[in-house]
Design a protein around this ligand. Structure first.
Ligand code: RP5
Length: 170
């Protein structure tokens, strides 16, 4: 059996993949091993259950599920595993991703999904959140998470100085 990376990213359709690019980039940045699959909870429920079982057996520790419209994928993942599931709602239909957001966050008690923002921002945050979870047991990853935070703060746009109202940015 080939060992699995720490994170499995599953999306519901090939059409979802462009929105997930930042997720993959961020996992790479942290040096976190990941694998990605396209498996629809609606169209391929048996294949999804089989995948989760074998991914767990190989050692996947966190599942990221991304889907649009009636986004049941993250919730079904959470029904199939006791490992952390992060849900990324995607904008794939007439409701701009709010449909998927509600599907992701409105899980019944006992079947948790950690919901992130709609679309590419959420996809990146899914990777950041996975890194923080894995860092609980990985001191080297803690260092990389902290380094990202420092870099992010340094790169942030400087604030407007309230003493010079209207004068713009420092
Ligand atoms: C969801 O339906 C998928 O995650 C995708 O966001 C949306 C549309 O899928 P396609 O019709 O493009 O395959 O299940």
């Amino acid at each position: 059996m080939i060992p699995a990376p720490s994170v499995a990213v599953i999306c519901g359709s090939r059409s979802d993949l462009p929105a997930l690019r930042g997720c993959f980039e961020t996992l790479d940045r942290y040096g976190i091993g990941w694998e990605a699959s396209v498996i629809s909870a609606h169209r391929q429920p048996a294949a999804l259950a089989a995948y989760v079982g074998e991914a767990e057996a190989r050692g996947v520790r966190i599942f990221i599920g991304a889907a649009g419209m009636a986004a049941h994928l993250p919730g079904v993942l959470a029904s199939l595993t006791a490992r952390p599931v992060i849900g990324v709602p995607l904008d794939a239909g007439a409701l701009g991703g709010v449909d998927a957001l509600y599907s992701v966050v409105q899980m019944p008690p006992g079947v948790p999904v950690a919901g992130v923002a709609i679309g590419p921002a959420g996809a990146r945050n899914a990777a950041h959140l996975a890194a923080r979870i894995l860092a609980l047991a990985d001191p080297a990853l803690v260092e990389r998470v902290q380094a990202f935070r420092v870099e992010q703060a340094a790169a942030a746009e400087v604030g407007i100085d309230p003493r010079g109202a209207g004068q713009g940015v420092r």
